[in-house]
Design a binder for this molecule. Structure first.
Ligand SMILES: *Cc1c(COP(=O)(O)O)cnc(C)c1O
Length: 454
């Protein structure tokens, strides 16, 4: 019988995260203080984030970082996640490629985000904080954070992008069920939100606006820390449990991936699955290809510029060295809310610059078409974000078919789409469209990027 699913024993779970910064030939450039343009240290970051994550963020020395005992225990509630061979999808495509996916949708919250929500809340609690706040796009991160905060006895306040709050109303219900308070962003409850609404009363909100509001709340509330679900180095670090498990599971299947694919919002599920494999490319000269699938409507990896830019719309965050479309870039209202972010993480940006990986742009209709095929073959309805990874995988599998290549493809199924069914309805009813961005539009937003020498 063909083996379809590979699962690790509890004793085989990783007990350390992998910090790729330590092994990178060119380290990411430092984040800068937006006023003085001086490099930030961990103390500067810990005004906003908890101390341990601030340290992890800038750690370019330790390749392996211990997962706290308590977090390990909570990981075992839902890990390992299955590595699955997508036989039915392969057959539908008629490809000689072997397609594997790492299924991060199996935990009750439905996405990979809980992998970082748990340690972030754990460290806040350890350090004596009482409250956490954050932004959320589609609501996956907000849901994961709300649950993790409840587990660790912290109060959570979540700013959710207004447009996705309307597209995906059940996610705010989930967050409130876990005890969090939820506000649509831009809101009138912060100075940043008021300013944005004054400039543009119909602003649909973006991850950039929601980050501004959450950072403002954290810096004006004692005992409250800001947490982020993507983009930053420590978030990708926590997500490396995905790739470390996958590495062992691929070995159980007797294979090693030629191509590793994940969808790309800020880079956390991509970094999570890719970095452990990329260490063999950096250190042992393995020839694996790494592909990040971003939406055509938010093409920072392929058409953005490598610049110091703000992580948020209002310009509250440190200046981060990243591929960016400009911090006030307004992505179209695509249904993959988690991919509507203007910049890429600092590690990823350096890795792209150094040629270790590349991005591909997926039109919205191709993403849903691919997600539909995956649902009809593998029986799992993927999150609209994950559909981008599936689309990129299908492109590669069809290329392999053309060339008659038996290549091994591994992709990350970052989440399920069961709360996103209105989006599937719109696709099935023919109500969705593609959104491309003109060069002029990108130029316009890039003009507002602060001028800082790299
Ligand atoms: C948040 C989210 C993403 C995008 O974020 P990354 O940090 O780029 O991984 C992708 N898929 C799902 C299901 C998400 O919830």
């Amino acid at each position: 019988m063909r083996q379809k699913k590979f699962i690790l024993q509890e004793s085989e779970l990783p007990t350390q995260w992998y910090n790729i910064q330590a092994d990178m030939p060119n380290k990411p450039l430092p984040p800068l203080n937006p006023q003085t343009h001086q490099p930030l240290n961990a103390d500067d970051l810990s005004h906003i984030f908890n101390k341990e994550c601030s340290k992890q963020e800038l750690d370019q020395e330790h390749a392996w970082i211990d997962i706290p005992e308590d977090v390990l225990e909570k990981y075992t509630f839902y890990r390992s996640t299955p590595l699955v061979r997508a036989y039915a999808l392969e057959e539908a495509l008629g490809t000689p490629a072997h397609i594997y996916f790492k299924n991060e949708s199996t935990n009750p919250l439905g996405s990979h985000k809980i992998n970082s929500a748990l340690p972030q809340c754990y460290y806040c609690k350890q350090e004596g904080d009482t409250n956490v706040t954050t932004e959320t796009g589609a609501g996956q991160w907000g849901a994961a954070l709300s649950y993790a905060a409840k587990l660790y006895g912290l109060e959570a306040a979540v700013y959710q992008v207004k447009i996705t709050m309307q597209q995906k109303p059940y996610r705010s219900s989930i967050m409130r069920t876990f005890g969090a308070t939820v506000e649509g962003s831009p809101s009138m409850s912060t100075r940043a939100g008021k300013n944005i609404i004054t400039r543009d009363p119909h602003h649909p909100g973006s991850l950039g606006t929601a980050i501004s509001e959450a950072v403002e709340l954290a810096t004006t509330t004692p005992g409250c820390k800001y947490t982020l679900g993507s983009v930053l180095n420590h978030v990708a670090l926590h997500q490396t449990v995905i790739g470390l498990e996958a590495e062992k599971q691929m070995a159980m299947a007797g294979e090693y991936p030629d191509t590793v694919i994940a969808c790309f919002g800020g880079g956390s599920n991509f970094g999570g699955i890719a970095f452990p494999f990329m260490r063999h490319k950096i250190k042992d000269g393995k020839n694996t290809e790494f592909i990040a699938a971003e939406p055509e409507s938010c093409p920072k990896l392929t058409r953005g510029k490598f610049e110091y830019d703000f992580g948020d719309e209002a310009g509250y965050t440190p200046l981060l060295p990243m591929y960016t479309l400009g911090h006030d870039f307004k992505p179209a209202n695509i249904h993959a809310g988690g991919l509507r972010y203007h910049g890429a993480g600092m590690i990823i940006s350096q890795l792209i610059k150094d040629g270790y990986m590349h991005g591909v742009d997926i039109p919205q209709l191709e993403s849903f078409k691919s997600g539909m095929l995956f649902a009809r073959t593998e029986g799992i309805i993927p999150a609209p974000e994950s559909c981008h990874a599936i689309a990129a995988t299908i492109r590669e599998a069809l290329k392999a078919k053309e060339k008659g290549e038996k290549k091994v493809i591994l992709f990350c199924l970052s989440g399920h789409g069961l709360i996103d069914m209105p989006s599937y309805d719109s696709y099935i009813n023919g109500d969705l469209q593609n959104y491309s961005v003109s060069d002029e539009e990108i130029e316009k937003f890039l003009k507002d990027v602060p001028q800082v020498e790299m």
